[in-house]
Every structure is written in structure tokens, then in C-alpha cells.
Design a protein around this ligand. Structure first.
Ligand SMILES: CC(=O)N[C@H]1[C@@H](OP(=O)(O)OP(=O)(O)OC[C@H]2O[C@@H](n3ccc(=O)[nH]c3=O)[C@H](O)[C@@H]2O)O[C@H](CO)[C@@H](O)[C@@H]1O[C@H](C)C(=O)N[C@@H](C)C(=O)N[C@H](CCC(=O)O)C(=O)O
Ligand SMILES: Nc1ncnc2c1ncn2[C@@H]1O[C@H](COP(=O)(O)OP(=O)(O)OP(=O)(O)O)[C@@H](O)[C@H]1O
Ligand SMILES: N[C@H](CCC[C@H](N)C(=O)O)C(=O)O
Ligand SMILES: [Mg+2]
Length: 496
């Protein structure tokens, strides 16, 4: 994979100066000085907190052979400096080229939308594995190369990390990559150099307005995945878009698709249509009619939202040429994703569900799914993340008051913010949504909030602990501590 600096420079548009020996070979690339190894190229990226160029010296000390920068830096003469007008464009050119465009050599399936990306990617991966393919997964929980698990920091990693994952996957014989494509990633072009064969739109509801500022910008970011199916330089043909037509923004996505489209839904006419849903606590069943005729499916996951995720996955698998028989069998053996409507069972006579709903829509979906199980009462323990979209806080509060019997507001990764301030913003919405005589609580400490919910639970109740799902940490201003809702709930039940 080694390439000379001269070769790399040929691919970069907008270079205005190259200083140093271009015959030198580059052995790797990183935009993080802490990950630099001898012979690497260090890319100086401006960040939200700091300008990466301040770490150039540290990168050189670790052996960086060259730096890609927008301004000349005071570095030892043996370090090659490539100065460019636009660092992001240069990075998007050079990184996929360096790794020989792995995202154009494997089948690439991208899933975007506010909610359901992780679940849908995992169902697609399970179907493709059942069809005998070697599958790579990239998303919120981890990256998977077949069954080898690698840690991940963002739902969609930055350009460098993503190309490294893809390159490793290609080397290890992966044929299909199923990945979550976040709106941040589309906006920041983290997926530069990837060419998707199949792109899935799950839904669009409020989140991330701290970053995108307006809902229009958020939609525009999501649309990029579908515009990308037919724009730019292409080596692949026959792309398919799988679009949730029941979502109000489904038609906007269709509007930008210039490729084959498969729509899915439950309410409107769709190419893949679900009907006759029956939900239970641990399983559900529904009928699906599609290009392959009609089938009745039984699955080990529950809720209407999972019918949508499953329809999306069926569409993607169908687009990838998997037979209906294999899809049908695979759906039956798919077990839920960690932290998504995950039951904590210690023999208690009430249900405890740990779920990753951290947006207004997903919280509503999780609560209405819980209600469909006919519990005596629903106790919802939830909060909202710090340093994230503040406008969703009162909305989530109102939803919890409306759909749960006892909302308990608590902390969910306050990050740099004061947790007391966050819960107040959430509680404002709770107070608006409370019905007469309805009781609510605010308990800032998440462990205490979960323990309280368990302590007051009665036979036949459901406790929904929302927001953190698979997460095993709580991010506080003072640092990150170990915290796992499932462990805490289990201990609380045992100690009751
Ligand atoms: C707002 C945002 O997206 N921030 C991302 C950004 O961080 P940043 O701009 O703050 O970076 P910075 O800390 O200022 O550092 C600037 C540069 O200096 C470098 N550096 C820094 C320190 C050092 O010692 N040496 C060094 O070289 C950094 O590698 C970086 O290149 O670049 C980092 C490296 O790529 C990302 O990890 C980081 O994501 C943070 C963790 C984040 O929380 N992102 C969230 C908002 C996000 O992207 N979420 C989406 C959506 C998930 C969903 O759908 O719900 C996702 O795709 O995960
Ligand atoms: N299709 C869906 N529509 C609405 N809510 C959903 C859907 N699928 C899952 N959910 C809810 O959203 C939560 C998160 O699901 P999932 O992790 O699959 O979404 P995601 O899009 O990957 O989220 P993130 O943006 O954090 O990566 C689930 O725990 C569930 O409560
Ligand atoms: N991908 C989402 C995850 C949110 C999870 C929730 N627990 C929180 O910390 O807000 C984000 O970074 O906004
Ligand atoms: Mg996800």
C-alpha cells in the first residue's frame, strides 16, 4: 500500500506548494498525532476544539514523514510539507487513493435516517451472512469483520479511520459492507471515496439541530447519500435506493434518486408492504408483500418500528440478490441488537427494558411499543445528552409525560454541561405534558433514578430505561465513568 509523496500529490487538487523530497514513501496516514507511526503522513485538520496543526510537531516526533497543511509550519527540513488551499478536499482526494479505494471494490450498503440505522444494518448483515457472504459492519456499537469486533468512536468514522477499516475488511476477504451513514458524516464528507450499491433511508425526525441548525440542512445532508448513487465518478452500476415511503420525507428522498428505487411501508402503497402485525414482549409477526410475492414472517424482535427496520433490511437484501427463502429463515433467527429494547430478566414480576431511544421520535416509538404490551403502568427513566441538540429536551419530556405513567427524568451523558441544568430543560416539557394527578420525578443521578424505578415497580409494570442502550459509560464533566443501565438495573432488581 506504500505510495510516494509524488504519487499522492498527483491526486490532490489545489496544491500550492510542495517542500521536500517527493520520492519518499508514505507508510500510513492519520489526522491524529497520537496515532502517527514512523513514515506516516499527518493531516492537520481544523477541529471544533483545536487546530490540528498545533500537533504537527508531536506527529513529527513520532516519525511523520510528511504533513498535509494549509499553512507553512516550522518543522525540521527532512519533513515534507504539502500545502493546499482546502484541507478537507485534499484529504478526500488522497486518503481513499492511498488505500486503493476499498469502498469501490466491495458491495457497499449504506443506511441513513434519524432512527433505526444500527438495528437495520445488523438485520441486513445477518441476512447477508446467512446467504454465505463475508460481511463487514460499521456503526454505533462497533465495527465487525466477519465476527471479529473492533472498537469505534463515531457512528460513521472520519475519512482516515473509515478507509482504514474498509481496507482491512477488503484484505480479510469481506465481500459486503453494511454501514451506518450519519448526517454528520454526509455533511463532513467522511464517506468520500465510497461508492454505495444500495442505500437505505429509514426516517427523518428531529435530532442534531445543534450541528445542522435547521431541519432543511439536516434533510439536505441525508439526501447526499442518495444523490451520491448517481453522481461523481463511478465504477459500479445498478444502484438501488430503499426508501421508507410512510415517512413524510420519503418523497423528498425519492425526488433526488436517479436510480432503481424500492419503497417500503405499512400505511401507504409500497413495493414492500407490511401488514397484520402482532407484537409480543419478545417476538412479533407480520406479513410482507413484495416483488417476490407474499410471506408471513416471525421475528425475535418486537415493535412496529422493527417492522420498518425489517422491511428496510428485506429491501436491501433483495437488492443484493438474496433469495426470499434465505431472507425468511434469517429473519426468524435474528436476535435483537444489544441495548435495543433489551430485556433485563432476574425473575421479577415486572418487565425492565433497556433501550437506546435518545430522540423524540424513538422515545415515542419505544413507549408506544411498551404500551402495546398492555402493562399495568409504564415507568420511564430517561434524560438527554449534554453538548447536543437542546431543543429536543422539552419535547422528549412532553413525550415521556404523555406516553408513560410515571416519567423519571435523569442524566444521560451530560458531557461538559451541568446535569442539573439539562434535567430542568427536560422537566419543563414533562410539566407541560402531565395529566391531572400524574406523578413525575427528577433524580439527577442515573443509578438512583433506576433504583427508584425498580423500587416502586409493581407486578405487571414495564420500566423503560431509555437513552443509553449498549453504552457502558456515563460522560461527565469530571471524566468518563463506567456505567451500564443493564448492570445497574440487574443489581437493583436483585437487591429489591
Ligand atoms: C462535532 C464532531 O463531529 N467532532 C468530531 C471531530 O472532533 P473535533 O473537530 O472536535 O476535533 P478536535 O478535538 O478539535 O481536534 C482537531 C484535530 O486535531 C487532532 N488532534 C487532537 C488531539 C491530539 O492530541 N492530536 C491531534 O492530532 C484531531 O484528531 C483532529 O483531527 O473530529 C473527531 C475526529 O474525527 C471526531 O471524533 C469528533 O466527533 C465527536 C467525538 C462527536 O461527538 N461527534 C458526534 C457529534 C458525531 O459525529 N456523531 C455522528 C452522528 C451519530 C448519530 O447519528 O446519532 C456520528 O457519525 O457519530
Ligand atoms: N425505525 C425506527 N423508527 C423509530 N425509532 C426507532 C426505529 N428503530 C429503532 N428505533 C428506536 O430508536 C432507538 C435507536 O435505534 P438504532 O440504534 O437502531 O438507531 P440509530 O439510527 O442507529 O441511532 P444513532 O443515530 O444513535 O446511531 C431504538 O432503541 C428504538 O427505541
Ligand atoms: N449518536 C448519538 C448518540 C446519543 C446517545 C445518548 N446517550 C447521548 O449521549 O446523547 C449522538 O452522539 O448524538
Ligand atoms: Mg446507530
Amino acid at each position: 500500500m506504500m505510495k510516494t509523496i509524488g504519487e499522492l500529490c498527483k491526486i490532490i487538487n489545489g496544491i500550492y506548494n510542495i517542500k521536500g523530497n517527493v520520492e519518499k514513501k508514505i507508510t500510513g496516514i492519520s489526522s491524529d498525532s497520537r496515532k502517527i507511526e514512523a513514515g506516516d503522513l499527518f493531516i492537520c485538520l481544523p477541529g471544533v476544539h483545536v487546530d490540528g496543526s498545533v500537533f504537527a510537531k508531536q506527529a513529527v516526533e513520532k516519525g511523520a514523514a510528511a504533513v498535509l497543511t494549509t499553512k507553512h509550519l516550522d518543522l525540521p527540513p527532512q519533513v515534507v510539507q504539502i500545502t493546499v488551499h482546502n484541507i478537507h478536499e485534499a484529504m478526500e482526494d488522497v486518503v481513499p487513493y492511498f488505500y486503493d479505494y476499498p469502498g469501490k471494490k466491495m458491495r457497499m450498503i449504506g443506511v441513513t435516517g434519524t432512527n433505526g440505522k444500527t438495528t437495520t444494518t445488523h438485520i441486513i448483515a445477518h441476512i447477508l451472512r446467512s446467504a454465505g457472504y463475508h460481511v463487514g459492519v460499521i456503526g454505533t456499537i462497533h465495527a465487525l469483520i466477519d465476527d471479529e469486533e473492533l472498537p469505534i468512536h463515531n457512528t460513521t468514522p472520519d475519512v482516515v479511520e473509515l478507509q482504514q477499516f474498509l481496507s482491512l475488511m477488503y484484505e480479510k476477504g469481506i465481500t459486503h459492507v453494511v454501514m451506518e451513514v450519519s448526517s454528520h458524516a454526509l455533511d463532513m464528507k467522511r464517506v468520500a471515496g465510497c461508492e454505495y450499491d444500495t442505500a437505505v433511508f429509514t426516517n427523518l425526525t428531529q435530532d442534531h439541530l445543534d450541528y445542522h441548525k435547521t431541519f432543511e440542512n439536516y434533510l439536505a445532508a441525508k439526501e447526499k447519500l442518495f444523490q451520491g448513487l448517481s453522481s461523481g465518478e463511478h465504477v459500479k452500476d445498478n444502484k438501488t435506493a430503499i426508501v421508507n415511503i410512510d415517512d413524510p420525507y420519503g418523497k423528498d428522498i425519492l425526488g433526488v434518486c436517479k436510480c432503481k428505487v424500492l419503497t417500503y411501508g405499512v400505511e401507504k402503497e409500497a413495493d414492500l408492504k407490511g401488514a397484520n402485525l402482532k407484537v409480543e414482549l419478545k417476538s412479533s409477526s407480520f406479513d410482507v408483500t413484495g416483488p417476490f410475492g407474499s410471506v408471513s414472517l416471525h421475528m425475535q424482535i418486537t415493535g412496529l418500528f422493527n417492522v420498518y427496520n425489517t422491511l428496510a433490511a428485506i429491501g436491501a437484501a433483495h437488492a443484493e440478490g438474496v433469495s426470499t427463502e434465505i431472507i425468511d429463515k434469517a429473519i426468524q433467527t435474528f436476535h435483537s441488537v444489544p441495548g435495543r429494547f433489551e430485556l433485563v430478566e432476574e425473575g421479577q414480576d415486572f418487565a425492565v427494558i433497556v433501550d437506546y431511544s435518545h430522540t423524540p421520535d424513538s422515545l415515542e416509538k419505544a413507549l408506544t411499543t411498551a404500551r402495546a404490551m398492555n402493562p399495568k403502568r409504564i415507568i420511564a427513566v430517561f434524560g438527554c445528552g449534554g453538548d447536543r441538540d437542546r431543543t429536543k429536551r422539552p419535547i422528549m419530556g412532553r413525550i415521556a409525560a404523555e406516553y408513560a405513567d410515571i416519567p423519571i427524568v435523569t442524566s444521560d451523558n451530560p458531557r461538559s454541561e451541568n446535569p442539573e441544568d439539562i434535567v430542568k430543560e427536560v422537566e419543563k416539557g414533562v410539566l407541560e405534558g402531565l395529566k391531572e394527578g400524574q406523578h413525575h420525578e427528577v433524580i439527577v443521578d442515573r443509578r438512583s433514578a433506576i433504583c427508584r424505578a425498580v423500587a416502586i415497580a409493581q407486578s405487571g409494570d414495564i420500566i423503560l430505561i431509555a437513552g443509553k442502550g449498549h453504552e457502558t459509560y456515563q460522560i461527565l464533566n469530571s471524566g468518563t465513568i463506567h456505567f451500564d443501565d443493564r448492570e445497574v438495573a440487574r443489581d437493583a432488581i436483585k437487591g429489591r
